[in-house]
Design a protein around this ligand. Sequence first.
Ligand code: CMC
Length: 469
Amino acid sequence: MSKETKEITELILKAKAKALKETSSEAEPELTRPIKWPTDCIVGPGLEGAIACETKIGYVNGSKGWLIYRGYNIFDLCAYSTFEEVSYLLLHGYLPNEKQLEGFKKKMLLFSHIPNTKRLLMGFPIENMKPMAALRMGTNLMRQEFTDVDKYGYLSNIANIISADEDSIPMETEPMGEEHAIYEFKRKQLENKIKDDLKHAIGFDSCYHLLAGVPSLTGVVARIRDGHLPLEPKSELSYAGNLIYMITGREPTSVEERVMDIALILHADHGMNASTFASMVVASTLADLYLSVGAGIAALNGPLHGGANEKVIEVLKDIGSVNNVKPWFDKVRAKKGKIMGFGHRVYKAYDPRARVLGPLAKYLSKGNPEAKKLFATANALEKEVVSTLGKEKRIFPNVDFYSGIVYSSMGIAPDLFTPIFAVSRVAGWTARVQEYLRNNRIFRPRAMYVGPFDKEYVPVKQRRAAKKS
Ligand code: CMC
């Protein structure tokens, strides 16, 4: 272990010690017991307080600032584990042994190759698209490339592969004669390669496939829009290392690789957040995993959720320097504005993920003057917010506040911050979907109707312009 990676572990253990000192060690009995349906709970707007299911995957204690994955606290996982291990843990419920981990890594490397999806993405004007939109489209293309769920789409896709191989002339009908033999051969070859559960897009191989494929998609988007060809992952790099490599085109330093690994661990799962719930709702209809993950990506994109990390950097740049922090904050406060990267539906204590990412942002930004300035501004803003809104409303920095500085220090563009969040959260989305499907019941809450009942229908020609209701 290098001196730097040791220092990083020490930073995490220091954050853990601070968190333990500030919180007690009791769970919330009302949120950590088996449910007897129907259950009572007090529900607020935005389903606040609603209990949707039982889970063994993860626990967030908002009043104490805990985050637990499958019984392990997040600080220990960050200090000692890797994202590969953590994804396996979330999906299967236990940490893999050496052999299981090796097998998992091999499969992930295999599944990270998505040739036809890449080729198709290269045909879209993705330089004009938000990377999250391209990512969402990419998961649909992966579904078409590797699964058998839409038989018709599947076959026309095979034709696509062959036509692309043969001078890229699109074929509108199935090929004839010798071409047909090649066509059949390639189709069989591809079919044999695909495992049964990948074809049906619901089993663990589909989870692995998405987990391995979404970073490749992120790399494709990052490279193509900068005018470069996409890169294949390297077998000697870790999952985190390959993510940086495929985005930036350069092999990361060991520090960058370690810090990205920690960032991925921190974002992997977080209770019934909006994107996880979105992917579970879609899965509960028995739609497949690719569509569920697509729904997760769509929900994560919004600035109130994963999109906040990109907005934070915009705000910090807008503030400009430490000296401008107080006047900027006073103005926003006077207007009762929301500050990106602060506040949380569940955490009414310091978010443990921000406890780790803050020191890591400081550590990484040391060597990068622009990131250093961003960190200084962020740190001053945190002090202002915590000393005022922290006391009044229990508002603290959340996971999105410092993550952008970490990624900026690695030379990653702001609009790729949310895709990196998505790359990691695929682990939580797929794990929770798999768990929920074991006792599936379609999600179907109700709304309280507060409209009128006795309106008389008036034919269109006699209607006057309606008043806004
Ligand atoms: N800045 C200033 N005031 C805030 C903030 C904020 N960021 N967040 C909440 N408040 C205030 C809010 O104005 C309200 O005050 P009052 O009671 O006087 O009306 C009170 O705190 C409760 O806020 P809320 O909007 O009812 O809280 P919520 O649970 O509905 O929303 C949230 C949670 C995360 C959407 C919200 O805190 C927010 O908009 N934060 C900024 C966006 C952000 O950073 N999102 C990332 C969330 S964490 C990672 C992730 O999920 O992706």
